[in-house]
Design a protein around this ligand. Structure first.
Ligand code: F6R
Length: 602
């Protein structure tokens, strides 16, 4: 997720662009840049780091302009460097482009452009765009035609904005990535999201997929793919910039829970082929894991629960695997041999305990892979290889969408490892279920009864979560999420362990969440009966027509899916339960006490 912005017509275009980028930093930031048009040609300022670093440099030069575009980047192709920062330009430096999204056919377009003598200097997918525009301009097209013809060649998802030397016009389009137009009195604006320009205008036009905009100081024109002009309604927004960043949600956490379908579509994009039942991972061609005998996962907190989930998925495919809490890994080094693959699972890529454990594995000569959300993170830079979960930036301290994206990325990795290193045959039903997962999460969120359940059980003494196999890490995660944001006591157990101790705590005011994931339902029914016999209320997380749902006091329904993926759906219900419980208790949901998003100390 990146942020783009544009402004035409204001004497204060430069500070306006920088303010816009500042307001979009919640969309991720590892580099930023602007391209401005000031009568002397196009000037580009861009660099790695925060928007404030860029702003300081620009202010020192004090340029003026009335037209410009800007970008804050969250890397998806190529590490965060000055060269990979947007805007990107063509060979002549006369066309500058900013982009949010992924251009899927960029590799093909890049080779074609290189063969025709273009010099592409970055590792991004975006850089092909200004060069394609340059080609069409050389062939005699107008700037608008060149922009449109270029967009026609792109596959993937994008919001793009372009300025060309010598013109006070911004050209922009969207398909699959957001773009909003701001209609001001003397200036007009474009951005990925309203907060970018909200302090300059509250009149907005929400652009639709396939819309192209040509905008200057006097106005704008929107056309559709077929070239026909379109009128879109101008709406007035009455939110504050902060409300707008949260997209109308009360908390980032709830916004991020509802973003999971989008995040997962990004996670799996280009990685699965449901027709062939195969998984293709960009950094790991077929056969990459042929020699792997055992996998060790290293992680902390929620990421550790994702790692435990992956252990189960690998075990189901006959690959020996273990998950270690990173802080324990360094204390008592587990046995390894040269065919052990070590996978660090870390959303931020900056967790000190995980980095230390990965360093230890590297010192022992083991191959390391980072599964992370942050391209330029220390974990990504330290490990031999990286696999990115592509969840987009997560602001809420409690990990939600990154957990789901970690699990799905790890499921793809597990399928690849098992296919390469054992006689496991790629499973069409599994891969098809991965493809269907985002839509299923949408329906879970839309129909969830987690809020009434949270109200019904809000004055409980403690909350327990139980599950077997892949539902066990979900039980652990359900308890962690509830305790960290509601400050209520919650514990997760393997369901089979209940009778070995925790059952002594079960009373009528300790609801127990029984998580059924298809592969273990019969045994979960007996667990439910054990709890009911001690008067413990049972909240099942199971398909609506299941036996366990019929026995429970309340069911949080999940659709039937492949048993290896059912835990992801169950977890969404538990995220919502935790959220609503914390909300009833008026907790600081996005910033729970004593916790930080990234734990960079041991
Ligand atoms: C809980 C949570 C933490 C993190 C843990 C590891 O909601 O977010 O438990 O999972 O601190 O963080 P990363 O994944 O960044 O290594």
């Amino acid at each position: 997720m990146c942020g783009i912005t544009a402004c035409v017509g204001s004497e204060r275009t430069v500070p306006t662009l920088l303010t816009g980028l500042d307001n979009l930093e919640y969309r991720g930031y590892d580099s930023a840049g602007i391209a401005i048009q000031n009568g002397d040609g196009l000037s580009v300022f861009k660099q790695e780091g925060k928007v404030s670093d860029l702003a300081e440099r620009v202010r020192r030069r004090d340029p003026t302009a009335t037209t410009g575009i800007g970008h804050t980047r969250w890397s998806t192709h190529g590490p965060p460097t000055d060269g990979n920062a947007h805007p990107h330009t063509d060979c002549t430096g006369e066309i500058a482009i900013v982009h949010n999204g992924i251009i899927e056919n960029y590799a093909q377009l890049r080779s074609m452009l290189k063969a025709r003598g273009h010099e592409l200097t970055s590792a991004t997918d975006t850089e092909v765009v200004p060069h394609l525009v340059e080609e069409r301009l050389d062939q005699g097209a107008t700037t608008f035609e060149a922009f449109k013809d270029t967009v026609d060649q792109l596959e993937g998802s994008y919001a793009l904005a372009m300025v060309a030397e010598g013109g006070d016009t911004v050209y922009a389009t969207r398909d699959g990535s957001p773009l909003v137009l701001g209609v001001g009195e003397e200036a007009n604006f474009l951005a990925s999201d309203v907060p970018a320009f909200l302090e300059f205008t509250g009149n907005v036009v929400y652009l639709e997929n396939g819309d192209t905009v040509v905008m200057d100081a006097d106005g704008y024109e929107i056309s559709h793919r077929d070239g026909a002009s379109i009128e879109r309604p101008v709406r007035e927004v009455d939110w504050t910039a902060e409300d707008a960043e949260k997209g109308g949600f009360d908390h980032y956490m709830l916004k991020e829970i509802t973003e999971q379908p989008t995040a997962l579509r990004q996670t799996i994009r280009g990685r699965i082929d449901p027709d062939r039942g195969s998984v293709e991972l960009e950094t790991f061609p077929d056969g990459s894991f042929a020699d792997v005998e055992r996998v060790q996962f290293i992680a902390c907190g929620t990421s550790y629960h994702a790692a435990l989930y992956a252990v189960q998925i690998l075990s189901n495919r006959g690959v020996p695997a273990d998950a270690f809490l990173a802080s324990e890994y360094t204390a008592g080094v587990p046995p390894t041999d040269e065919d052990t693959l070590v996978v660090g699972v870390t959303q931020s890529g900056e967790t000190a305990d995980t980095l230390n454990a990965l360093e230890m594995a590297r010192e022992r000569g083991l191959e390391t892979v980072a599964v992370t959300n942050v391209i330029g993170s220390t974990a990504a830079r330290t490990c031999d290889e990286s696999l990115f979960i592509r969840a987009g930036p997560e602001i809420g301290v409690a990990a939600t969408k990154t957990f789901s994206s970690q699990i799905v990325t790890l499921c793809c990795l597990a399928e690849r490892i098992a296919t390469d290193s054992t006689d496991h045959c790629p499973s069409e039903t599994f891969v098809q279920a991965i493809e269907e997962l985002p839509g299923m999460i949408e329906s879970v969120i839309d129909r969830s009864t987690a809020e009434p359940a949270a109200i019904a059980y809000s004055d409980s003494d403690s909350y327990f979560f139980v599950g077997r196999n892949e539902a066990r890490p979900v039980a652990l995660e359900g308890a962690l999420k509830l305790k960290e944001i509601s400050y209520e006591h919650a514990e997760g157990f393997a369901a089979g362990e209940l009778k070995h101790g925790p059952l002594a705590l079960v009373t009528e005011s300790t609801p127990v969440f029984a998580i059924a994931t298809g592969s273990n339902e019969e045994r979960m029914v007996s667990t439910t009966e054990e709890i009911r016999a001690r008067d413990g209320p049972v909240i099942s997380v199971a398909p609506a027509d299941s036996e366990i749902a019929a026995l429970a006091d309340h069911n949080l329904a999940v659709p039937e899916t492949h048993p290896d993926l059912a835990g992801v759906l169950a977890n969404v219900q538990l995220q919502l339960f935790a959220y609503h419980t914390a909300s009833l208790l008026d907790r600081a949901i996005d910033k729970p006490r004593n916790l930080a998003k990234s734990v960079t100390v041991e």
